[in-house]
Ligand binder design. Structure first.
Ligand SMILES: *Cc1c(COP(=O)(O)O)cnc(C)c1O
Length: 419
């Protein structure tokens, strides 16, 4: 094929046909790493923007974007420059001392969220744990829930991370089974069901914790009005609404936050992934003073949370988001993406399509093959996607993806499914 995007067939161009190191590197990784992932069989060596290059020189369009950790693409020049500049100044102090990027980071992030205060952590799971601790402590010290009784309502199909407490309220057997004894204090209700949620809230409920769109579940968008209804119920019952926007937030859906699509402002945002610009892990809980002031010195912490390098990169991420360009790109290219996927669905090539902005879950006909099979066939054509839950393929390109590259990739998907 003469397609400029397709990986060159046969040995990669370059100095005299070096042997392809891919198989050897994968075998070595298999021999010496835990097997808690099943990666696609390519070995990435370099990346820029929406493109990655493997160790044999083959190029791939990245339609996964590190599960939305790479919303701004690989090595965005402004993010790399911010990181480099900070590397030459100071990288870690611990929170035992103040450092000169911390105030700006907290101020700017709070402002982006329309909130008052920030508690920085590193990974998404840590931020969710922090939100759980904040909600419980708020329940006991502010709401007046009797000691040991606080409950948090969560949704079936959730994904909030991998710690023992978080997997305790997962409904995915793969994520949960074998890791007990489980942390009590969580009530699981069906996602998208207002009545069930309302019925689950009682006087001991301190928070409702939800993803405004469930990413790992297959980019599941709740029925229209659901988030607004949850906001109404939680406000009326004196319960915190905690929005896990770790994957849905920071431009992915065409807005800064997915909650905005329903005009909902939660009490607590949980952020991660793209906040670190694809360079360092940065997460945060962003809320009101009334909620975050429950913590006092010593009651919570993190050695790396809010470190100077993390703050410098996140500050540049916030500056990028403030331009509004990325949200707009996501909205515009997202409309195009969903139009093309709807056409594929109309042609019967896919069963169902969900999502918002540059984010889609595509259910392929199980008779055609698993999501994994589709991912492998696309990889052979230079397009990287990731399957989730059997026959669903997730599409979440970096928001900097060029429209013609996205169009080309969707052409590859159509050929794989109909060819
Ligand atoms: C990825 C993710 C997390 C966990 O983040 P880690 O950085 O992997 O710990 C939590 N919630 C949601 C919605 C996520 O997508």
């Amino acid at each position: 094929m003469s397609d400029p995007h397709s990986p060159a067939p046969g040995p990669a161009a370059g100095p005299a046909a070096a042997p392809d190191p891919t198989a050897g590197l994968i075998a070595a990784a298999d021999a010496h790493s835990a097997h808690n992932y099943h990666p696609l069989p390519l070995v990435v060596a370099e990346a820029e923007g929406a493109w990655m290059t493997d160790v044999a020189g083959r190029r791939y369009l990245d339609l996964l974007a590190g599960y939305s950790a790479l919303n701004f693409g690989h090595r965005h020049p402004r993010l790399v420059a911010a990181a480099r500049a900070q590397l030459d100044r100071v990288t870690l102090t611990s929170r035992a001392f103040h450092h000169d990027r911390f105030a700006a980071f907290c101020t700017e992030l709070a402002e982006l969220c329309g909130m008052e205060a920030v508690l920085p952590m590193n990974t998404g799971a840590e931020a969710v744990e922090t939100a759980v601790k904040a909600a419980r402590l708020w329940g006991y010290t502010v709401k007046g829930v009797p000691p040991g009784r606080a409950r948090i309502v969560v949704a079936a199909g959730n994904f909030h991370g991998r710690t023992t407490t978080i997997v305790s309220f997962s409904t995915d057997p793969e994520a949960r089974e074998g890791f007990g004894p489980y942390t009590p204090g969580f009530t699981v209700v069906p996602y998208g069901d207002r009545a069930a949620l309302e019925a689950a809230v009682d006087e001991d409920t301190v928070a409702v914790l939800l993803e405004p769109i469930q990413g790992e579940a297959g980019v599941v968008v709740p029925p229209p009005g659901y988030l607004a209804a949850v906001r109404e119920v939680t406000a009326a019952r004196g319960v915190l609404l905690v929005a896990d926007e770790i994957q849905s937030g920071l431009g992915r859906t065409g807005r800064t936050f997915a909650c905005e699509h329903e005009g909902v402002v939660p009490d607590v945002y949980v952020l991660g992934k793209a906040l670190g610009g694809g360079i360092v892990p940065v997460s945060a809980v962003v809320s009101s003073r009334a909620v975050l002031d429950v913590f006092t010195p010593g009651s919570h912490g993190s050695t790396f949370g809010g470190n100077p390098l993390a703050c410098a990169v996140a500050l540049e991420v916030i500056a990028l988001l403030r331009t509004g360009e990325y949200q707009q790109r996501s909205a515009e290219l997202g409309a195009y993406l969903h139009g093309e996927l709807a056409a594929l669905a109309a042609d019967g090539a896919v069963r169902a399509v969900r999502g918002r902005g540059l984010w889609a879950g595509v259910d392929v006909d199980p008779a055609f093959g698993s999501g994994r099979r589709v991912s492998e066939l696309l990889m052979e054509r230079g397009v990287l996607v990731k399957d989730t839950h059997g026959s669903t393929v997730r599409i979440a390109p970096p928001l900097v993806v060029a429209k013609e590259d996205l169009a080309w990739a969707l052409g590859q998907l159509r050929e794989v499914l109909t060819g």
